[in-house]
Design a protein around this ligand. Sequence first.
Ligand SMILES: Cc1cc2nc3c(=O)[nH]c(=O)nc-3n(C[C@H](O)[C@H](O)[C@H](O)COP(=O)(O)O)c2cc1C
Length: 174
Amino acid sequence: MKTLVMVAHPNLETSVINKAWKNRLIQETDMTVHDLYAKYPDGKIDVVFEQQLLLDHDRIVFQFPFYWYSSPSLLKEWQDMVLTYGWAYGSEGTKLRGKEFVLAISTGGPETAYQAGGYNLFSMSELTKPFQATANLTGMRFLPTFTKQGVRFLTQEQVHESAEELVRHLKKNY
Ligand SMILES: Cc1cc2nc3c(=O)[nH]c(=O)nc-3n(C[C@H](O)[C@H](O)[C@H](O)COP(=O)(O)O)c2cc1C
């Protein structure tokens, strides 16, 4: 099982949690950690390179901080450019079929905010529906999401522990 972790954070230097996750995941030999903002500072995606990377892996992970109830913009641009008709979807677009797909998301808001009656109204399962639909359309199996919430108030120890939890989550058989 080869896992591709696509890290999408526009400023990893100031990041706490996504930087810690990335630094932990690069130690795993069966994982490829792909830092999108580092690879494409000009925002111009190399579609052939990205599609080959996807073909070379079985489990695809999108790791990002939650920005306006979604991902940072370069990951959306990546989806628009890379998941093309006839490749990722459409009757001939079968290249991702049978792969697995996982989200790993950090949020500033606490878990309690993400529910009916909470200040963000909706759960993470509801807010990540576009990703679930994308996995469905491209024939990938959507696996349970890894979330770490209320991240501003985490201790160094909790940040460290969340990175270990993430490794276990991404290596698990579902
Ligand atoms: C532009 C922007 C939008 C954000 N939108 C949300 C949001 O919709 N929900 C939320 O819980 N936190 C939101 N946040 C907080 C980030 O999710 C939080 O700072 C991030 O997960 C921390 O991860 P890091 O330490 O890797 O930067 C936002 C932050 C920024 C800068």
